[in-house]
Each structure stands twice: as structure tokens, then as C-alpha cells.
Write a protein that binds this ligand. Structure first.
Ligand code: NAD
Length: 253
């Protein structure tokens, strides 16, 4: 059985991934701002460094896998915080744990979103990919929350694809899941919001399979991507969204 690290395992999708990996008999080191093995705030470099150091201490012989699930939704009014946690809190953790992953030829699953292809702020995405946290944070304050959120999710998927060959050559397979509407504490807040709730319910009714996702649906896909069954799957973004992405972008693959 393996040893895995993950971010954002306290609630929602991350908690389902944690539970599934543990049920499969693995050790899972959870990094989160609350209810975790490693309590760390991934919104700044200090927290990210502390998280990496703590995982190094807990898994000195290496990691079989890493899942980066910590993230904030577009309902969060603090755009800089979304930017810092969703993009820099993902990329810095993966880079920091790369050596441990290489040691055991581990696999990485990043959590993107099916909103990523809908992003309309290419300038923001390029700033993220350029790696300048403060510039990206300043820019995030000039655009809508949805553009900040989808921009960070597009950038993590693009970062993954830009690094896939290098990581795979070093023995580390990377893929991403792109969840669609999945009922978690993050979405519950918006569903119950008097302003946004009715539109969200209409959006949910438009999901082609006829129901919203559950965190366990994301955990099943993540478990597959981490497993040896997926040994030839590398650099993919797997939409786990009941058909929404295909419905919105039928001509694109
Ligand atoms: P959630 O709010 O239940 O979980 C987010 C997790 O991230 C929590 O455990 C939280 O404590 C942690 N976190 C937040 N800020 C942090 C920080 N500064 N440092 C460390 N940890 C922090 O949300 P969820 O719906 O389960 O979302 C999980 C992931 O899936 C997110 O990356 C989200 O963007 C993505 N996603 C969710 C949906 C959906 O419909 N729920 C759709 C697409 C993508």
C-alpha cells in the first residue's frame, strides 16, 4: 500500500479523496488550514514551505502520490486569496514535493475545474504561468471573481501540461481532474444564497446526466488516475462533470 500527500483534505471533494485513499489501505498525509495532519496556510510561501518540510519529515522515503485539492471558489470576495491558494498553493507544493515523488515514481493529480476552458482573461493566466505572484495578485483585483477562479484553474492545468514531459521523464506522472458542479460545502453556500441560488439551481438542472456530482465521483476519478491502472495516462485533463463541458464546447477536444 502506498503513502500519499494531499492538500485540502478537510472537507468536500478533498475529504472524499482522503477517505477513498485510506479505505484502499494507503497512508495519507493531509495538508490543510484546518482538520489535517499538517496544518498550513497555503496562501503564502511560508505556509507552503512549512507544509513541504512537514511532509518530508513524515515521508522521508518518498511519496507514491500527491493530490492538490485545496482551493477557494468564486464566491470568495478576496481575489488575491483565490489567486494565492488556487495557483501558487498548488504549483509550489508540487515543486516542493517533486523529489519525494521521484523517489517512488509517484503520480500527481491536480484539481482544476470545468470552468477553466471558459476563462476570458488570458492576460491573468499568462501572469500566473509567468510565476510572478505579486503581479498576478494585483491583476486579480481588476477582474471579476469568476475570471480569477477560472483563470487559476486554467493555469494549473496548463502548468501541469507544460511540465508533464519533464516530470514523466523523471518518473512522475501528472494528470488533472476538472470537476463540474459537485455538491460540497463550497457550493452549498452559493446554492443557499438568495441572489445566486435560483441561477445555480437552473445551472444544476442543465447538467446532461441529470444530477450534480458528489465528492465521491471526483474521488473515484482521482483514485484511477493515481493507480497503476493509469500508468499510460499522462498529461490528461479528465472532465468529471456529467457532460457539461462537452455540452458547452461540442466542437472542441
Ligand atoms: P471545499 O471548500 O469543501 O474544500 C476546499 C478545501 O481547501 C478545504 O478543506 C479548505 O480548508 C482548504 N483550504 C482553503 N483555503 C486554504 C488555505 N489557505 N490553505 C490550506 N487549505 C485551504 O471545496 P470543494 O468544493 O471540495 O473544492 C475542492 C477543490 O475542487 C477546489 O480546488 C475547487 O476549486 C475544486 N472544484 C470544485 C467544484 C465543485 O463544484 N465543488 C467544481 C470544480 C472544481
Amino acid at each position: 500500500m502506498g503513502i500519499y500527500a494531499m492538500t485540502g483534505g478537510a472537507t468536500g471533494i478533498g475529504a472524499a479523496i482522503k477517505n477513498r485513499l485510506r479505505e484502499e489501505g494507503n497512508d495519507v498525509i493531509v495538508i490543510d488550514i484546518k482538520d489535517a495532519d499538517v496544518i498550513a496556510d497555503l496562501s503564502d510561501s511560508e505556509g507552503r514551505r512549512a507544509a513541504v518540510d512537514a511532509v518530508r519529515d513524515a515521508a522521508p522515503d518518498g511519496l507514491d502520490g500527491l493530490v492538490t485539492c485545496a482551493g477557494l471558489g468564486s464566491n470568495v470576495p478576496n481575489h488575491p486569496l483565490i489567486t494565492r491558494v488556487n495557483y501558487f498553493g498548488t504549483v509550489e507544493i508540487i515543486e516542493g514535493l517533486r523529489e519525494l515523488l521521484e523517489r517512488r515514481r509517484g503520480a500527481v493529480v491536480l484539481v482544476s475545474s470545468n470552468s477553466a476552458p471558459m476563462n476570458n482573461s488570458p492576460e491573468f493566466v499568462e501572469l500566473l504561468l509567468a510565476g510572478s505572484e505579486e503581479e498576478a495578485v494585483s491583476f486579480s483585483e481588476t477582474i471579476e471573481a469568476q475570471e480569477v477562479y477560472s483563470g487559476t484553474k486554467k493555469a494549473v492545468a496548463r502548468w501541469m501540461r507544460s511540465k508533464v514531459a519533464e516530470y514523466a521523464t523523471a518518473g512522475v506522472r501528472m494528470n488533472a481532474v476538472a470537476p463540474g458542479y459537485t455538491q460540497t460545502p463550497m457550493t452549498e453556500q452559493v446554492e443557499n444564497d438568495p441572489t445566486y441560488g435560483p441561477a445555480i439551481k437552473e445551472f444544476m438542472a442543465s447538467i446532461p446526466v441529470g444530477f450534480p456530482g458528489k465528492p465521491e465521483d471526483q474521488a473515484a476519478a482521482t483514485s484511477f488516475l493515481l493507480s497503476p491502472e493509469a500508468r499510460f495516462v499522462c498529461g490528461s485533463v479528465l472532465f468529471v462533470d456529467g457532460g457539461h463541458d462537452a455540452m458547452f464546447r461540442p466542437d472542441q477536444v
